[in-house]
Design a protein around this ligand. Sequence first.
Ligand SMILES: [Zn+2]
Length: 291
Amino acid sequence: MNGGADRAPVLMMVHAHPDDESSLTGGTLARYGAAGVRTILVTCTDGGQGDDESRDGSTAHDRQRVAARRSSELRVAAEILGVDELIMLGYPDSGDGASLSASVAAEVFSRRAIDPLIQQLAHIIGTCRPDVIVTYPPNGLSGHPDHIRTHDIVAAAHEKIILDAELTDDVDPKRTRQNPRLFYAVVSSTRMSDLHRVARAAHPGEVIWVPPTEMAVDDDAVTAAVDVSRFWPQKLRALAAHASQSDAAGLLNLLARADISAASRVEEYIQVHPPPLSTVASDLFAARTEK
Ligand SMILES: [Zn+2]
């Protein structure tokens, strides 16, 4: 790791909803936090379109109540994962778009004007100075519009940082600050099959949420596989903190099973910037020193 002598290396994860940080990258956050890396979690939406626990068929879905509940759950999960700084942007969750009133629909994260979002994230990146940034691939890893929007603003903000840095380099060629690395969190075909195998065995004939098979990437596309087996209990506890959400609870049930193979207790990434080495790294910071 190389964050400079004056400060700890910084890892920033940018996610769409409360619970994505735990289900997709919880082990990585816990592992790097324990290793002395400063970890920053940015969560873009308030999760207000998630499950409404007190919904009983007679009351309407209460966005505010759900958002408040999910913010508290996110704080607990971040604490469990040892996150140093939690930044909740609080934009209205887009949900599936079906139940939104017209006034809310225009304000949701995936439909509001994108430029101010890019500016805001570029400002956060400029202030926090991460060495490594993690977000979703262009398909959002789930196809959800908020995930796709998260990818879009992170990719654009990262590009802006690089362009601004190039301009600065013209003025000060001795600039020593490195541009942040950019990774996408992904699931390989092998890991996805393992998850689906366990899901079928655990819940025969039932429909429970697992990441859709078509979102998996070829095993060969993965450029970093972070072993999170030591931090598996923390990942599970963080997922459990999102108790109001049935998807998180379903995934927790699966990941807690003994027949999840040891090889699946990794979190996988594709390095986007700079172009990666040909070998698969086990550390998101390692390639910096290998190059
Ligand atoms: Zn999500």
